[in-house]
Design a protein around this ligand. Sequence first.
Ligand code: FAD
Ligand code: DLZ
Ligand code: SF4
Length: 510
Amino acid sequence: MKLRLVLGDQLTHTLSSLTDVEDDDLILMCEVRQEATYVKHHKKKIAFIFSAMRHFAQERQARGNEVRYIKYDDPNNRGTLFGEVEKALTRHGCSEVVITKPGEFRLLKEFETWAERLSVTVSLREDDRFLCSVEDFASWAAGRKQLRMEYFYREMRRKYAILMSQDGPIGGQWNFDTENRKPPSNGLKIPDTYKAKPDPITQSVLDLVEARFDDHFGDLHPFHFAVTRDQALEALGAFVERRFCLFGDYQDAMIQGEPWMFHSHIGLYLNCGLLTPMECIRQAEAAYHDGHAPLNAVEGFIRQILGWREYVRGIYWLKMPAYQAMNFFGVDRPLPSLFWTGDTQMNCLRQCISETKSNAYAHHIQRLMVLGNFALIAGLDPDEVNNWYMIVYADAYEWVELPNVTGMILFADGGQLGSKPYAASGAYINKMSDYCRNCRYKPTVKNGPNACPFNYLYWDFLSRNETKLRGNPRMGLIYKTLDRMSDEKHDAVRDDSRRFLSAMDADEKV
Ligand code: FAD
Ligand code: DLZ
Ligand code: SF4
C-alpha cells in the first residue's frame, strides 16, 4: 500500500506518481499554510489552486481511487506537507511515499530529507510533463559557452518534429519574431475572454479565501478562472477560436483598459497541470495546417511553449541554488510601495499594476517592458522584485518566475539567460502602447519635470553600470551614443534620476 502525495501544481491524471496507482493505495492532497503563505500569493491564485485541487480530488474519487483530502480550515490540519504525510502514514500504515518531483528547489530539498525523518521509502519520480527533462537540458548545456534560447528551441522543434517540413522549418525560417511586433492600431476589437462560472466548490473556496487570506494582495472577485481540465480545454479552445489569428501580430502590443489582448491566458493551467504543453502545441500546429491561424501567430505561440517555457525550466534546475542569490549589478533599492498600490503618475505602471491586482495576470510585454524594465533601470533589489512577481501572478512558480525575473528582466545573472539587458526608454512604451496619451509625463521629453522617467533612468542605468556592460558586444552602439552626450546632458540625466529616485524612496507620489 503506497501513499501518493499530489501537490497543487500536479493536477494531471497522467502524473508520474499516479501512473501505477492501485486499489489499496491512498492519494493524499492537502491545502496547507506552508504552501499558501510561503509567499503571500494573490487571493485569486489561492482560490484557483484550492478549487482546482478539490475538483481534481473529486475526479480521482470518481475513478475509484481512495483520496484523503485535507481542507485548509480542517481543525486538525497540521499546516505542512510533512505534518500531513506523517499523519496519513500513521493512520493508514503505508510502506512507501510516492511523489512526482516538485517544481521548486526548496521543496525538493525538503522531500529529500523525508525518508530518514519518516523511516519509510520515499520515491521521488521525474516530472515527465515537461518536454525536456532536467537531464537532457543539462546535456544540451554541457560544454556550451553560452546558453541561448534560440538554439535550444531549434533542437526542440527538430526533436518533436513541430512545424517542420522535409527541407527544414516550415516557412523557411525558425523564428518570426520580427512579425510579432505590430503596435496597437486604433479601433482594434479585442475578443471577450473565456469565463467559467463558479460552481459550489469554487464558491466555498472563495468564501474561505475571503475569510482567511484577507490580508493578501489582489482582488478576489470577479473569479472566472477554469478550475477543471475540461474547463481549461474550453479556455484553450476559446483562445484558438477567437484570438489566435492575431496573437502573432499583436504579441507585444498594449492598450489601455485591455489587459487580455490576443494572448492565450493558459499559463496558469499549464503550470498546475490542467493542460499539457504538447496538446497546446499540437492544437496550435493544427490551426496552422487548417488555415485558421497564420505562421507568425503559430510559430510565435509554439516558441513560447516549446522554447521559452522549457528553456527557463532547464536554466532553473541547472543553476539552482546559486541562481537565487544573483545580483550582477549589486543593487539594493527597496521595492517602492507603488508596486502594491499602483499609486503613481506614470500611467503605464499604473495600468499594469492595477490590472495585475484585478486579474492576477499581466501579459508578457507588460511584465517585461513596463514593470520589469522599470525594476531594472531603477535598480530595485532582485530579492524584492522576485518576491513581488511570485506573489502577484496566478501562473507564478519559482521554476518559471525566477529565471524570468533574475535572468530576463534584471540581468542579475550577468547574462546567463539573455544576451543583453532588456532596458528601454519611454519611446518603446510609446510605440507599443497608447498608455502615454493619458500620462502626466511626456515620452518625447528627455529631461526636466515633464520628461518620461524611463528616458533619464534608462541613460542613468547605462551610465551607472558602464564598467559591467560596455564590453557586451550587443551594447557597443548604445555606449557610443552615450559617449557622444554632452556633459550638460550627462548632468541632467543624473540629476533627474536622483531627484526621481529620492522622491520614490521617500514614498512621494512619482
Ligand atoms: P501567452 O503570451 O499566450 O504565451 C503562451 C504560453 O507560453 C504561456 O502561457 C507560457 O506557458 C509560455 N510562455 C511565454 N513566455 C514565457 C516565458 N518567458 N517563460 C516561460 N513560459 C513562457 N510565466 C509563468 O508561467 N509564470 C511566471 O511566474 C512568469 N513570470 C514572469 C515574470 C516576468 C518578469 C516575465 C517577463 C515573464 C514571466 N512569465 C511567467 C512569462 C510570461 O510572461 C507568461 O507565461 C505569460 O504572460 C502568461 O500569459 P499567457 O498564458 O496569456 O501567455
Ligand atoms: C501554489 C500552491 C498553493 C497556494 N497552495 C498549495 C497547497 O495548499 N497545497 C499544495 O499541495 N500545493 C499548493 N500550491 C502549489 C505548491 O506551492 C507547489 O506544488 C510548489 O510550489 C512546487 O511547485
Ligand atoms: Fe509610461 Fe513614460 Fe509613457 Fe508615462 S510617458 S506612460 S511614464 S512611458
